[in-house]
Design a protein around this ligand. Structure first.
Ligand code: AMP
Length: 139
């Protein structure tokens, strides 16, 4: 990550305007400027980091709490009964702003947007080894 401030840090610091919906000591949240649907909101940590796995435990846990609270408010205000939460890490995964952010994107009966992906068949032997490796790596 470069030392240059991201556009989202500049929003948190009030240098760039936004349509704010939530703020506490760890989290900031505002409407996406190019919404996929009505009520598309971004939820970001105040801590500057590009990747989710770089965040402190405090930021991660506060983000989890805020996501639930903000999602509830969005559904109540917009009437949407479905929504997606999307979080891109790295440019190959579609990240364009290199400051961690979660998209909350309401889905309405008339919505046409989708987030398609292609699945593959799992190799059970390889899956078993992989699950163990990931698990042991966290010990
Ligand atoms: P991503 O492609 O996951 O990195 O998403 C970045 C998101 O940030 C996009 O959906 C943009 O529309 C949104 N965005 C970029 N600049 C601003 C801004 N100044 N205010 C609100 N949303 C922004």
């Amino acid at each position: 990550m470069t030392s240059e401030k991201s556009i989202f840090t500049r929003i948190i610091e009030g240098e760039i305007p936004c349509f704010k919906v939530f703020e506490n000591d760890y989290v900031y949240s505002f409407l996406d400027i190019n919404p996929v649907s009505h009520g598309h909101v971004l939820v970001i940590p105040k801590e500057p980091a590009q990747f989710l796995h770089e965040l402190s435990p405090e930021s991660s846990s506060e983000l989890g709490k805020a996501l639930s609270i903000i999602s509830k408010s969005i559904t109540e205000v917009t009437g949407a009964t479905s929504y997606n939460i999307i979080q891109n890490n790295g440019s190959q995964a579609g990240q364009t702003v290199f400051h961690v952010h979660f998209h909350i994107i309401p889905k309405y009966p008339e919505s046409t947007h989708s987030f398609p992906w292609k699945t593959m068949e799992i190799d059970k032997k390889e899956a078993s080894e992989l699950a163990q490796k990931i698990s042991h790596n966290m010990e």
